[in-house]
Design a protein around this ligand. Structure first.
Ligand code: ZN
Length: 56
């Protein structure tokens, strides 16, 4: 019962939300965070999202 639906929200996005982060270029990680970089919105990994957020 519990834990059966974890990550289900990512099943309908390509590759289950995984791919290469445009900033750190790591592959096979979750790239689902919309991050505003130089006036354009990129999908990045969680770490880069946090880094950008902290820069203000
Ligand atoms: Zn990244």
């Amino acid at each position: 019962m519990s834990k059966n639906h974890r990550g289900k929200g990512l099943k309908n996005v390509p590759a289950q939300g995984r791919g290469t982060c445009p900033i750190c270029h790591r592959t096979g990680i979750k790239v689902v965070y919309e991050t505003k970089v130089n006036e354009e919105t990129l999908k990045t990994c969680k770490e880069c999202f946090k880094t950008v957020q902290n820069k203000g």
